[in-house]
Design a protein around this ligand. Structure first.
Ligand SMILES: C[S@@+](CC[C@H](N)C(=O)[O-])C[C@H]1O[C@@H](n2cnc3c(N)ncnc32)[C@H](O)[C@@H]1O
Length: 265
């Protein structure tokens, strides 16, 4: 597991996304395989962030293909354009400002479509999935990777505190349960050959968990909600710091990787 003893390298969203991508190892590349991306394909990444995946996909489709990434955050799109320039793939990668609930593309445009860690932020994830399926060509694959808030867990002997932190995490996001609903939603949308795989993600470094699970914010939220006292908050911080110093800190979350094929007409 990756260990960070110094100041974390995430001063901004882009650095943070790059760090997360590194932690995931080969997971991103695996999602492209599940998408069956081929040279010459035209593919879409929804909620593309700083373009880590659009650039990864660009290498797969090559200059005879096309990659489009959409995001609602203009700054992250500027970073994505810069990354595509640096990687030498800008000629066949485009990043556009758009809302995932209203994709600015005609029906049946893309050979493959993906979204990673986007659905938990959606008030209406089913609308996003409907849009992804609409713009996908018949025979194309849609792939979504998303965690499930219920599966976040901390190795704390005091289970009450563990459940409080988990509740704070769940309530912080628009749709913490999006990951578990995908299998059903893919089938209800009429996708074929739907598969779901569980991808575990463990963290053994408190500095990493602090940032990835937003631990400090969870503590503040729980305190503000009156779910625990300041003394209890100090106590849980101390226990986590002690565990980290002993090299035994642990927390985990499970992500679901769901894929489905749009029926040929
Ligand atoms: C956690 S980041 C993941 C970025 C990227 N998929 C990755 O794995 O590196 C989620 C991204 O989705 C974007 N996003 C969230 N909701 C969106 C929406 N409704 N429409 C477009 N982009 C959205 C955010 O701006 C953010 O860049």
């Amino acid at each position: 597991m990756l260990s960070l003893n110094n100041q974390p390298p995430w001063q901004a969203k882009t650095e943070f996304m790059e760090f997360q991508a590194k932690l995931g190892g080969n997971l991103k590349a695996y999602t492209y395989e599940v998408m069956r991306v081929q040279p010459g394909h035209r593919v879409l990444d929804v909620g593309c962030g700083p373009g880590i995946d659009t650039c990864g996909l660009a290498q797969r489709v090559g200059p005879t293909g096309q990659v489009v990434g959409v995001d609602r955050d203009e700054q992250t799109l500027a970073d994505a354009d810069q990354r595509a320039q640096e990687k030498g793939v800008a000629g066949w990668v485009e990043h556009r400002l758009a809302d995932a609930e209203a994709l600015p593309f005609a029906d049946n445009t893309f050979d493959g479509c993906r979204a990673e860690r986007v659905f938990m932020h959606q008030p209406h994830p089913e609308k996003v999935l409907a849009e992804m399926v609409r713009v996908l060509k018949p025979g194309g694959w849609v792939v979504v990777l998303e965690g499930d808030g219920e599966t976040i867990s901390f190795d704390l002997d005091d289970l009450r505190i563990h459940h409080i932190l988990k509740r704070a995490w769940i309530e912080k996001h628009s749709n913490s349960y999006a990951g578990r609903k995908l299998y059903r939603q893919f089938k209800q949308r009429g996708l074929l050959d739907v598969t779901v795989e569980q991808i575990p993600f463990g963290i053994t470094d408190l500095a990493v968990a602090r940032r990835l699970a937003n631990l400090d914010d969870l503590g503040k939220r729980a305190l503000a909600a009156g779910w625990f006292t300041e003394e209890e908050l100090r106590g849980v911080r101390t226990r986590m710091e002690e565990a980290d110093a002993e090299g035994v800190f642990f927390c985990q979350v499970i992500q679901n990787l769901v894929s489905g094929n749009k029926a040929e007409v």
